[in-house]
Design a protein around this ligand. Structure first.
Ligand SMILES: NC(=O)c1ccc[n+]([C@@H]2O[C@H](COP(=O)([O-])OP(=O)(O)OC[C@H]3O[C@@H](n4cnc5c(N)ncnc54)[C@H](O)[C@@H]3O)[C@@H](O)[C@H]2O)c1
Length: 505
Protein backbone atom coordinates (compact mmCIF):
# COMPACT_ATOMS: atom_id res chain seq x y z
CA UNK A 1 0.00 0.00 0.00
CA UNK A 2 1.34 3.38 -1.05
CA UNK A 3 0.28 6.45 0.93
CA UNK A 4 -1.33 9.48 -0.70
CA UNK A 5 1.40 11.86 -1.84
CA UNK A 6 -1.16 14.50 -2.80
CA UNK A 7 -2.63 15.03 0.64
CA UNK A 8 -2.47 18.69 1.66
CA UNK A 9 -0.57 18.08 4.91
CA UNK A 10 2.14 15.88 3.33
CA UNK A 11 5.43 16.03 5.23
CA UNK A 12 8.68 15.24 3.42
CA UNK A 13 11.85 14.04 5.10
CA UNK A 14 15.05 14.83 3.23
CA UNK A 15 17.95 12.70 4.39
CA UNK A 16 21.40 13.98 3.49
CA UNK A 17 21.47 17.76 3.19
CA UNK A 18 24.48 18.39 0.95
CA UNK A 19 24.36 19.85 -2.54
CA UNK A 20 21.26 17.94 -3.62
CA UNK A 21 19.35 17.45 -0.37
CA UNK A 22 19.18 21.14 0.48
CA UNK A 23 17.90 21.99 -2.99
CA UNK A 24 15.26 19.26 -2.77
CA UNK A 25 14.15 20.47 0.67
CA UNK A 26 13.87 24.02 -0.67
CA UNK A 27 11.64 22.94 -3.56
CA UNK A 28 9.35 20.95 -1.25
CA UNK A 29 8.99 23.87 1.16
CA UNK A 30 8.27 26.21 -1.75
CA UNK A 31 5.57 23.78 -2.89
CA UNK A 32 3.84 24.16 0.49
CA UNK A 33 5.05 21.03 2.27
CA UNK A 34 6.78 20.71 5.61
CA UNK A 35 10.34 19.51 4.98
CA UNK A 36 12.31 17.77 7.71
CA UNK A 37 16.06 17.84 7.09
CA UNK A 38 18.38 15.19 8.52
CA UNK A 39 22.10 14.69 8.03
CA UNK A 40 24.45 12.31 9.84
CA UNK A 41 27.01 15.06 10.25
CA UNK A 42 26.31 17.20 13.31
CA UNK A 43 25.09 20.67 12.42
CA UNK A 44 24.86 19.91 8.67
CA UNK A 45 21.05 20.08 8.55
CA UNK A 46 21.03 23.49 10.28
CA UNK A 47 23.75 24.69 7.89
CA UNK A 48 21.51 23.59 5.03
CA UNK A 49 18.57 25.61 6.35
CA UNK A 50 20.87 28.66 6.64
CA UNK A 51 22.09 28.09 3.06
CA UNK A 52 18.49 27.85 1.77
CA UNK A 53 17.66 31.05 3.67
CA UNK A 54 20.53 32.81 1.91
CA UNK A 55 19.56 31.41 -1.50
CA UNK A 56 16.00 32.64 -0.99
CA UNK A 57 17.30 36.10 0.04
CA UNK A 58 18.88 36.22 -3.40
CA UNK A 59 15.48 35.43 -4.94
CA UNK A 60 13.83 38.16 -2.84
CA UNK A 61 16.51 40.67 -3.94
CA UNK A 62 15.80 39.79 -7.57
CA UNK A 63 12.09 40.25 -6.99
CA UNK A 64 11.29 36.62 -7.84
CA UNK A 65 9.96 35.80 -4.37
CA UNK A 66 8.22 38.15 -1.94
CA UNK A 67 9.72 38.58 1.56
CA UNK A 68 6.41 37.31 2.96
CA UNK A 69 6.49 34.14 0.83
CA UNK A 70 10.10 33.52 1.77
CA UNK A 71 9.17 33.67 5.47
CA UNK A 72 6.55 31.02 4.79
CA UNK A 73 9.02 28.73 2.97
CA UNK A 74 11.63 28.99 5.74
CA UNK A 75 8.93 28.37 8.36
CA UNK A 76 8.23 24.99 6.72
CA UNK A 77 11.87 23.82 6.96
CA UNK A 78 12.87 21.95 10.10
CA UNK A 79 16.33 20.59 10.84
CA UNK A 80 16.00 17.40 12.87
CA UNK A 81 18.76 15.86 15.00
CA UNK A 82 17.56 12.26 14.91
CA UNK A 83 15.94 9.95 12.38
CA UNK A 84 13.22 9.27 14.98
CA UNK A 85 11.88 12.74 14.22
CA UNK A 86 11.27 11.71 10.60
CA UNK A 87 8.25 9.66 11.78
CA UNK A 88 5.55 12.05 10.41
CA UNK A 89 6.97 11.88 6.84
CA UNK A 90 4.70 10.58 4.08
CA UNK A 91 7.72 10.44 1.81
CA UNK A 92 11.44 10.30 2.61
CA UNK A 93 13.86 11.43 -0.09
CA UNK A 94 17.41 10.20 0.36
CA UNK A 95 20.36 12.24 -0.95
CA UNK A 96 23.27 10.82 1.06
CA UNK A 97 26.64 9.58 -0.14
CA UNK A 98 26.54 7.48 -3.37
CA UNK A 99 27.24 4.17 -1.64
CA UNK A 100 25.02 1.07 -1.83
CA UNK A 101 25.76 -0.19 1.70
CA UNK A 102 25.19 3.27 3.24
CA UNK A 103 21.88 3.72 1.41
CA UNK A 104 20.67 0.23 2.34
CA UNK A 105 21.60 0.72 6.00
CA UNK A 106 19.78 4.08 6.06
CA UNK A 107 16.65 2.60 4.43
CA UNK A 108 16.49 -0.19 7.03
CA UNK A 109 16.63 2.44 9.79
CA UNK A 110 14.02 4.58 8.04
CA UNK A 111 11.63 1.67 7.60
CA UNK A 112 11.46 1.21 11.36
CA UNK A 113 10.53 4.84 11.93
CA UNK A 114 8.12 5.99 9.24
CA UNK A 115 4.54 4.84 8.55
CA UNK A 116 4.20 1.51 6.69
CA UNK A 117 2.63 3.27 3.69
CA UNK A 118 5.21 6.08 3.55
CA UNK A 119 7.28 6.13 0.37
CA UNK A 120 11.09 5.98 0.32
CA UNK A 121 12.79 7.56 -2.70
CA UNK A 122 16.47 7.56 -3.56
CA UNK A 123 18.21 10.32 -5.50
CA UNK A 124 20.93 7.92 -6.65
CA UNK A 125 22.45 8.73 -10.03
CA UNK A 126 24.35 5.52 -10.68
CA UNK A 127 23.13 2.73 -8.41
CA UNK A 128 20.25 0.39 -9.14
CA UNK A 129 17.01 1.34 -7.38
CA UNK A 130 16.06 -2.35 -7.31
CA UNK A 131 19.35 -3.27 -5.66
CA UNK A 132 19.01 -0.55 -3.00
CA UNK A 133 15.40 -1.64 -2.38
CA UNK A 134 16.37 -5.30 -2.08
CA UNK A 135 17.95 -4.50 1.29
CA UNK A 136 14.59 -3.33 2.68
CA UNK A 137 11.91 -5.31 4.50
CA UNK A 138 9.33 -3.85 2.08
CA UNK A 139 10.91 -3.07 -1.32
CA UNK A 140 7.45 -2.27 -2.74
CA UNK A 141 7.51 1.29 -1.39
CA UNK A 142 11.02 2.14 -2.63
CA UNK A 143 11.56 4.08 -5.86
CA UNK A 144 13.90 6.57 -7.46
CA UNK A 145 13.52 10.32 -7.77
CA UNK A 146 16.55 11.52 -9.71
CA UNK A 147 16.90 15.28 -9.38
CA UNK A 148 19.45 17.36 -11.29
CA UNK A 149 21.91 19.88 -9.96
CA UNK A 150 20.93 22.52 -8.88
CA UNK A 151 17.47 21.11 -8.03
CA UNK A 152 15.66 24.47 -7.68
CA UNK A 153 16.68 25.45 -11.22
CA UNK A 154 16.53 22.15 -13.11
CA UNK A 155 13.05 21.31 -14.34
CA UNK A 156 13.52 17.59 -14.82
CA UNK A 157 13.15 14.74 -12.34
CA UNK A 158 13.54 11.14 -13.49
CA UNK A 159 11.08 8.78 -11.79
CA UNK A 160 12.23 5.18 -11.46
CA UNK A 161 10.33 2.17 -10.23
CA UNK A 162 12.30 -0.79 -8.90
CA UNK A 163 11.49 -4.30 -10.13
CA UNK A 164 9.69 -5.00 -6.86
CA UNK A 165 8.02 -1.60 -6.50
CA UNK A 166 4.28 -1.41 -5.91
CA UNK A 167 2.57 -0.94 -9.31
CA UNK A 168 1.07 2.32 -7.97
CA UNK A 169 4.41 3.75 -6.88
CA UNK A 170 5.57 5.25 -10.18
CA UNK A 171 2.27 7.06 -10.65
CA UNK A 172 2.35 8.35 -7.07
CA UNK A 173 5.92 9.62 -7.53
CA UNK A 174 5.09 11.19 -10.89
CA UNK A 175 2.21 13.08 -9.24
CA UNK A 176 4.54 14.15 -6.45
CA UNK A 177 7.06 15.53 -8.96
CA UNK A 178 4.30 17.56 -10.63
CA UNK A 179 3.17 18.79 -7.22
CA UNK A 180 6.62 20.26 -6.55
CA UNK A 181 6.51 22.02 -9.94
CA UNK A 182 8.94 19.78 -11.80
CA UNK A 183 8.67 17.78 -15.02
CA UNK A 184 8.67 14.01 -14.44
CA UNK A 185 10.09 11.52 -16.93
CA UNK A 186 9.56 7.86 -16.13
CA UNK A 187 12.59 5.64 -16.76
CA UNK A 188 13.22 1.97 -16.15
CA UNK A 189 15.79 0.92 -13.57
CA UNK A 190 18.80 0.73 -15.87
CA UNK A 191 22.35 2.14 -15.55
CA UNK A 192 22.30 5.94 -15.83
CA UNK A 193 18.50 5.94 -16.40
CA UNK A 194 17.89 8.27 -19.38
CA UNK A 195 19.97 11.39 -18.88
CA UNK A 196 23.28 9.96 -17.69
CA UNK A 197 22.96 7.21 -20.29
CA UNK A 198 22.30 9.72 -23.10
CA UNK A 199 25.26 11.78 -21.91
CA UNK A 200 27.67 8.94 -22.80
CA UNK A 201 28.09 10.25 -26.35
CA UNK A 202 29.13 13.89 -26.15
CA UNK A 203 32.11 13.81 -23.76
CA UNK A 204 33.49 10.32 -24.52
CA UNK A 205 33.45 10.76 -28.31
CA UNK A 206 35.00 14.23 -27.99
CA UNK A 207 37.76 12.73 -25.84
CA UNK A 208 38.41 10.11 -28.53
CA UNK A 209 38.66 12.83 -31.20
CA UNK A 210 41.26 14.70 -29.16
CA UNK A 211 43.12 11.51 -28.23
CA UNK A 212 43.42 10.71 -31.94
CA UNK A 213 44.95 14.15 -32.64
CA UNK A 214 42.11 15.13 -34.97
CA UNK A 215 41.39 18.47 -33.29
CA UNK A 216 42.17 20.23 -30.00
CA UNK A 217 39.67 20.53 -27.12
CA UNK A 218 39.11 24.20 -27.98
CA UNK A 219 38.56 23.39 -31.66
CA UNK A 220 36.03 20.70 -30.79
CA UNK A 221 34.23 23.09 -28.42
CA UNK A 222 34.07 25.85 -31.04
CA UNK A 223 32.71 23.46 -33.66
CA UNK A 224 30.01 22.08 -31.39
CA UNK A 225 28.92 25.54 -30.29
CA UNK A 226 29.23 27.53 -33.49
CA UNK A 227 28.36 24.85 -36.04
CA UNK A 228 26.02 22.53 -34.14
CA UNK A 229 24.46 25.08 -31.76
CA UNK A 230 25.30 23.47 -28.40
CA UNK A 231 25.38 25.89 -25.46
CA UNK A 232 28.61 24.39 -24.12
CA UNK A 233 31.38 22.48 -25.81
CA UNK A 234 32.13 18.99 -24.46
CA UNK A 235 35.40 20.12 -22.87
CA UNK A 236 33.84 23.17 -21.23
CA UNK A 237 31.24 20.79 -19.83
CA UNK A 238 33.90 18.33 -18.61
CA UNK A 239 35.66 21.19 -16.79
CA UNK A 240 32.40 22.38 -15.25
CA UNK A 241 31.24 18.98 -13.98
CA UNK A 242 34.74 17.83 -13.03
CA UNK A 243 36.83 15.18 -14.75
CA UNK A 244 36.62 12.99 -11.62
CA UNK A 245 32.81 12.99 -11.54
CA UNK A 246 32.52 12.44 -15.31
CA UNK A 247 35.13 9.67 -15.32
CA UNK A 248 33.34 7.88 -12.46
CA UNK A 249 30.02 8.01 -14.35
CA UNK A 250 31.69 6.79 -17.56
CA UNK A 251 33.30 3.82 -15.79
CA UNK A 252 30.15 2.99 -13.83
CA UNK A 253 27.87 2.87 -16.88
CA UNK A 254 30.43 0.98 -18.97
CA UNK A 255 30.83 -1.65 -16.25
CA UNK A 256 27.11 -1.93 -15.52
CA UNK A 257 26.51 -2.60 -19.23
CA UNK A 258 29.25 -5.27 -19.02
CA UNK A 259 31.74 -3.55 -21.31
CA UNK A 260 29.41 -2.38 -24.10
CA UNK A 261 31.93 -0.65 -26.47
CA UNK A 262 29.59 2.33 -27.07
CA UNK A 263 30.20 3.47 -23.51
CA UNK A 264 33.97 2.91 -23.42
CA UNK A 265 35.56 5.35 -20.95
CA UNK A 266 38.63 7.39 -21.82
CA UNK A 267 42.09 6.20 -20.72
CA UNK A 268 43.32 9.75 -21.28
CA UNK A 269 40.70 11.16 -18.90
CA UNK A 270 41.74 8.63 -16.24
CA UNK A 271 45.30 10.04 -16.34
CA UNK A 272 43.98 13.58 -16.06
CA UNK A 273 41.95 12.54 -12.99
CA UNK A 274 45.07 10.97 -11.44
CA UNK A 275 46.95 14.21 -12.13
CA UNK A 276 44.13 16.31 -10.55
CA UNK A 277 43.45 18.24 -13.76
CA UNK A 278 39.80 18.13 -12.76
CA UNK A 279 38.56 21.38 -14.30
CA UNK A 280 37.17 24.47 -12.59
CA UNK A 281 37.41 23.00 -9.09
CA UNK A 282 41.22 22.56 -9.31
CA UNK A 283 41.56 25.60 -11.60
CA UNK A 284 43.16 23.42 -14.25
CA UNK A 285 41.44 21.21 -16.72
CA UNK A 286 41.16 21.40 -20.48
CA UNK A 287 41.24 25.15 -19.87
CA UNK A 288 43.07 27.17 -17.21
CA UNK A 289 41.05 29.06 -14.62
CA UNK A 290 43.88 30.69 -12.66
CA UNK A 291 44.94 33.66 -14.68
CA UNK A 292 44.98 34.45 -18.34
CA UNK A 293 44.02 31.48 -20.48
CA UNK A 294 46.87 30.10 -22.55
CA UNK A 295 46.05 30.43 -26.24
CA UNK A 296 46.03 26.93 -27.71
CA UNK A 297 47.70 26.60 -31.12
CA UNK A 298 45.59 25.22 -33.97
CA UNK A 299 46.01 21.49 -34.61
CA UNK A 300 46.92 22.31 -38.20
CA UNK A 301 48.72 25.54 -39.08
CA UNK A 302 47.05 26.60 -42.32
CA UNK A 303 49.15 29.01 -44.38
CA UNK A 304 47.41 31.99 -45.98
CA UNK A 305 46.54 31.16 -49.58
CA UNK A 306 44.46 32.94 -52.19
CA UNK A 307 41.04 31.51 -52.98
CA UNK A 308 41.17 29.04 -55.85
CA UNK A 309 39.64 30.26 -59.11
CA UNK A 310 37.85 26.96 -59.56
CA UNK A 311 37.21 23.72 -57.73
CA UNK A 312 35.81 20.25 -58.42
CA UNK A 313 33.19 18.82 -56.06
CA UNK A 314 32.10 15.19 -55.80
CA UNK A 315 28.44 14.75 -56.80
CA UNK A 316 27.40 13.20 -53.50
CA UNK A 317 25.18 14.10 -50.53
CA UNK A 318 25.97 17.72 -49.66
CA UNK A 319 27.92 18.37 -52.89
CA UNK A 320 25.33 20.73 -54.41
CA UNK A 321 25.05 22.75 -51.14
CA UNK A 322 28.84 23.02 -51.00
CA UNK A 323 28.87 24.22 -54.62
CA UNK A 324 26.45 27.01 -53.59
CA UNK A 325 28.71 28.03 -50.70
CA UNK A 326 31.74 28.14 -52.98
CA UNK A 327 29.93 29.93 -55.79
CA UNK A 328 28.93 32.55 -53.20
CA UNK A 329 32.63 32.99 -52.48
CA UNK A 330 33.31 33.55 -56.18
CA UNK A 331 34.81 30.13 -56.86
CA UNK A 332 33.87 28.49 -60.18
CA UNK A 333 32.67 24.97 -59.45
CA UNK A 334 32.26 21.71 -61.29
CA UNK A 335 30.06 19.14 -59.57
CA UNK A 336 30.78 15.56 -60.60
CA UNK A 337 32.42 14.34 -63.81
CA UNK A 338 36.19 14.11 -64.07
CA UNK A 339 38.27 16.76 -62.30
CA UNK A 340 40.69 18.80 -64.44
CA UNK A 341 44.35 17.98 -63.91
CA UNK A 342 45.58 19.97 -60.91
CA UNK A 343 42.05 20.93 -59.73
CA UNK A 344 41.35 21.33 -56.04
CA UNK A 345 38.94 18.49 -55.20
CA UNK A 346 36.26 18.69 -52.52
CA UNK A 347 34.50 15.64 -51.08
CA UNK A 348 31.55 15.66 -48.66
CA UNK A 349 31.59 12.21 -47.05
CA UNK A 350 29.18 10.89 -44.43
CA UNK A 351 31.06 8.85 -41.84
CA UNK A 352 33.88 8.05 -44.23
CA UNK A 353 37.29 9.68 -43.74
CA UNK A 354 38.85 11.95 -46.40
CA UNK A 355 41.37 9.27 -47.37
CA UNK A 356 38.73 6.59 -48.03
CA UNK A 357 36.61 9.05 -50.00
CA UNK A 358 39.60 10.14 -52.14
CA UNK A 359 40.59 6.54 -52.86
CA UNK A 360 37.01 5.45 -53.59
CA UNK A 361 36.51 8.35 -56.02
CA UNK A 362 39.99 7.86 -57.55
CA UNK A 363 41.07 11.41 -56.66
CA UNK A 364 44.59 12.66 -56.04
CA UNK A 365 44.79 12.71 -52.20
CA UNK A 366 47.32 15.58 -52.36
CA UNK A 367 44.58 17.82 -53.86
CA UNK A 368 41.63 16.47 -51.86
CA UNK A 369 39.91 18.22 -48.95
CA UNK A 370 36.75 16.99 -47.21
CA UNK A 371 34.02 19.31 -45.94
CA UNK A 372 31.42 18.37 -43.33
CA UNK A 373 28.01 19.12 -44.88
CA UNK A 374 25.80 17.17 -42.43
CA UNK A 375 23.13 19.57 -41.24
CA UNK A 376 24.34 22.28 -43.63
CA UNK A 377 25.64 24.16 -40.55
CA UNK A 378 26.91 27.56 -41.53
CA UNK A 379 28.31 29.08 -38.33
CA UNK A 380 31.64 27.27 -38.51
CA UNK A 381 32.85 25.00 -41.28
CA UNK A 382 35.21 22.03 -41.14
CA UNK A 383 37.95 21.35 -43.69
CA UNK A 384 39.52 17.91 -43.27
CA UNK A 385 42.77 16.83 -44.92
CA UNK A 386 44.09 13.42 -45.86
CA UNK A 387 47.61 12.60 -44.60
CA UNK A 388 48.82 13.53 -48.12
CA UNK A 389 46.85 16.74 -48.74
CA UNK A 390 49.34 19.43 -49.82
CA UNK A 391 49.48 22.48 -47.51
CA UNK A 392 48.68 24.72 -50.52
CA UNK A 393 45.55 22.71 -51.34
CA UNK A 394 44.34 22.87 -47.72
CA UNK A 395 45.13 26.60 -47.57
CA UNK A 396 43.19 27.25 -50.78
CA UNK A 397 40.24 25.18 -49.52
CA UNK A 398 40.17 27.08 -46.21
CA UNK A 399 40.35 30.40 -48.07
CA UNK A 400 37.39 29.36 -50.24
CA UNK A 401 35.34 28.21 -47.22
CA UNK A 402 36.20 31.26 -45.08
CA UNK A 403 33.82 33.52 -46.98
CA UNK A 404 31.33 34.55 -44.26
CA UNK A 405 32.21 31.76 -41.84
CA UNK A 406 34.96 30.61 -39.52
CA UNK A 407 36.76 27.44 -40.62
CA UNK A 408 38.46 24.76 -38.54
CA UNK A 409 41.01 22.56 -40.28
CA UNK A 410 41.28 19.05 -38.84
CA UNK A 411 43.21 15.85 -39.40
CA UNK A 412 41.58 12.93 -41.13
CA UNK A 413 38.79 11.33 -39.14
CA UNK A 414 35.77 9.16 -39.72
CA UNK A 415 32.84 11.55 -39.42
CA UNK A 416 34.85 14.76 -38.97
CA UNK A 417 34.06 16.20 -35.49
CA UNK A 418 30.43 17.34 -35.71
CA UNK A 419 29.14 14.29 -37.64
CA UNK A 420 30.81 11.95 -35.19
CA UNK A 421 29.45 13.61 -32.09
CA UNK A 422 25.94 14.11 -33.44
CA UNK A 423 25.69 10.57 -34.83
CA UNK A 424 26.80 9.12 -31.50
CA UNK A 425 24.26 11.25 -29.60
CA UNK A 426 21.48 10.05 -31.93
CA UNK A 427 22.62 6.43 -31.86
CA UNK A 428 22.74 6.24 -28.06
CA UNK A 429 19.36 7.99 -27.94
CA UNK A 430 17.91 5.29 -30.18
CA UNK A 431 19.51 2.63 -27.98
CA UNK A 432 17.67 4.09 -24.97
CA UNK A 433 14.45 3.86 -27.01
CA UNK A 434 15.28 0.32 -28.17
CA UNK A 435 15.90 -0.84 -24.59
CA UNK A 436 12.49 0.63 -23.60
CA UNK A 437 14.13 2.74 -20.91
CA UNK A 438 11.66 5.57 -21.57
CA UNK A 439 9.04 6.55 -24.15
CA UNK A 440 10.59 8.17 -27.27
CA UNK A 441 9.15 11.63 -26.58
CA UNK A 442 10.27 11.44 -22.94
CA UNK A 443 13.84 10.61 -24.01
CA UNK A 444 14.00 13.87 -25.94
CA UNK A 445 12.46 15.91 -23.13
CA UNK A 446 14.81 14.37 -20.55
CA UNK A 447 17.87 15.18 -22.66
CA UNK A 448 16.74 18.72 -23.46
CA UNK A 449 15.95 19.52 -19.82
CA UNK A 450 18.66 17.43 -18.18
CA UNK A 451 21.59 18.03 -20.52
CA UNK A 452 20.59 21.35 -22.09
CA UNK A 453 21.19 20.07 -25.62
CA UNK A 454 19.48 22.14 -28.31
CA UNK A 455 17.30 19.13 -29.21
CA UNK A 456 16.65 15.67 -27.83
CA UNK A 457 18.55 12.88 -29.62
CA UNK A 458 15.60 11.49 -31.58
CA UNK A 459 14.44 14.90 -32.83
CA UNK A 460 18.05 15.73 -33.63
CA UNK A 461 18.25 12.57 -35.74
CA UNK A 462 15.00 13.52 -37.47
CA UNK A 463 16.35 16.99 -38.27
CA UNK A 464 19.59 15.64 -39.69
CA UNK A 465 17.72 12.86 -41.49
CA UNK A 466 17.72 9.29 -40.13
CA UNK A 467 19.22 7.98 -43.40
CA UNK A 468 22.11 10.41 -43.16
CA UNK A 469 22.78 9.57 -39.53
CA UNK A 470 22.72 5.88 -40.45
CA UNK A 471 25.13 6.58 -43.31
CA UNK A 472 27.50 8.36 -40.90
CA UNK A 473 27.48 5.43 -38.47
CA UNK A 474 27.78 2.80 -41.20
CA UNK A 475 30.66 4.79 -42.72
CA UNK A 476 32.47 5.10 -39.39
CA UNK A 477 31.91 1.42 -38.69
CA UNK A 478 33.10 0.36 -42.15
CA UNK A 479 36.37 2.30 -41.90
CA UNK A 480 37.23 1.54 -38.27
CA UNK A 481 35.60 -1.90 -37.76
CA UNK A 482 35.00 -0.57 -34.25
CA UNK A 483 31.79 -2.00 -32.73
CA UNK A 484 31.10 1.20 -30.80
CA UNK A 485 29.96 2.73 -34.09
CA UNK A 486 27.41 0.05 -35.02
CA UNK A 487 24.00 1.58 -35.58
CA UNK A 488 21.10 0.33 -33.49
CA UNK A 489 18.34 -1.67 -35.11
CA UNK A 490 15.90 1.05 -33.93
CA UNK A 491 17.74 3.63 -36.02
CA UNK A 492 18.27 1.35 -39.03
CA UNK A 493 14.61 0.28 -39.25
CA UNK A 494 13.28 3.84 -39.10
CA UNK A 495 15.90 5.10 -41.56
CA UNK A 496 15.00 2.30 -44.01
CA UNK A 497 11.29 2.97 -43.63
CA UNK A 498 11.81 6.72 -43.97
CA UNK A 499 9.95 7.53 -40.75
CA UNK A 500 10.67 9.60 -37.64
CA UNK A 501 13.01 8.18 -35.00
CA UNK A 502 10.21 8.95 -32.53
CA UNK A 503 7.99 6.30 -34.18
CA UNK A 504 7.18 3.62 -31.58
CA UNK A 505 7.08 -0.07 -32.49
N1 LIG B 1 25.72 16.42 -7.03
C1 LIG B 1 25.05 16.12 -8.14
O1 LIG B 1 25.21 16.75 -9.19
C2 LIG B 1 24.04 15.01 -8.11
C3 LIG B 1 23.03 14.97 -9.10
C4 LIG B 1 22.07 13.97 -9.05
C5 LIG B 1 22.12 13.03 -8.04
N2 LIG B 1 23.12 13.07 -7.10
C6 LIG B 1 23.09 12.05 -6.06
O2 LIG B 1 22.58 12.64 -4.85
C7 LIG B 1 23.19 12.04 -3.71
C8 LIG B 1 23.85 13.11 -2.87
O3 LIG B 1 24.80 13.81 -3.65
P1 LIG B 1 25.36 15.24 -3.21
O4 LIG B 1 26.12 15.76 -4.37
O5 LIG B 1 24.27 16.07 -2.63
O6 LIG B 1 26.38 14.82 -2.05
P2 LIG B 1 26.98 15.71 -0.89
O7 LIG B 1 28.26 15.09 -0.50
O8 LIG B 1 26.96 17.16 -1.23
O9 LIG B 1 25.94 15.50 0.33
C9 LIG B 1 25.73 14.27 0.95
C10 LIG B 1 25.28 14.55 2.39
O10 LIG B 1 24.86 13.33 2.95
C11 LIG B 1 25.34 13.26 4.28
N3 LIG B 1 25.39 11.84 4.65
C12 LIG B 1 26.30 10.92 4.27
N4 LIG B 1 25.96 9.72 4.76
C13 LIG B 1 24.80 9.89 5.46
C14 LIG B 1 23.94 9.02 6.18
N5 LIG B 1 24.21 7.71 6.28
N6 LIG B 1 22.84 9.53 6.75
C15 LIG B 1 22.55 10.85 6.65
N7 LIG B 1 23.34 11.72 5.99
C16 LIG B 1 24.44 11.25 5.39
C17 LIG B 1 26.68 13.96 4.25
O11 LIG B 1 27.06 14.41 5.53
C18 LIG B 1 26.40 15.09 3.27
O12 LIG B 1 25.94 16.26 3.94
C19 LIG B 1 24.13 10.97 -4.25
O13 LIG B 1 23.46 9.76 -4.30
C20 LIG B 1 24.43 11.47 -5.66
O14 LIG B 1 24.81 10.42 -6.52
C21 LIG B 1 24.05 14.05 -7.10
Amino acid sequence: MIGDLQRPDLTVAVIGTGTMGRGIAQICAQAGMTALLFDSRDGAAREAVTAIDKALDGQVAKGRVSAEAKKGFIGRLRAIGSLDEAAPAGIAIEAIVEDLAAKRALFCELEKRIAPDAVIATNTSSLSVTEIAAGCGDPARVGGLHFFNPPPLMRLVEVIGGLRSDPALVEALTGFVRRIGKHPVVATDTPGFVVNHAGRAYGPEALRIVAQGIASPREVDLLMKEAAGFRMGPFELLDLIGADVTHAVMVSIYEQYFGEPMYQPSAQLAVRVAGRLLGRKTKQGFYNYDGTPVASPPTIAVGAQPKPASAWIADEDGGRELAEWLAGAGVKTQVGGTPDAGALCFVTPLGEDATSAAVRLKLDPARTVAVDMLGNFKGRRTAMKTPLTAPEALGAAVAALSDGAAVTAINDSVGFVVQRLLAMIVNIGTRIAELRIAAPGDIDTAVEYGLNYPKGPLSLGDTLGPRRVLAVLDGMHAVTRDPKYRATAWLRRRALLGVSLLTPD
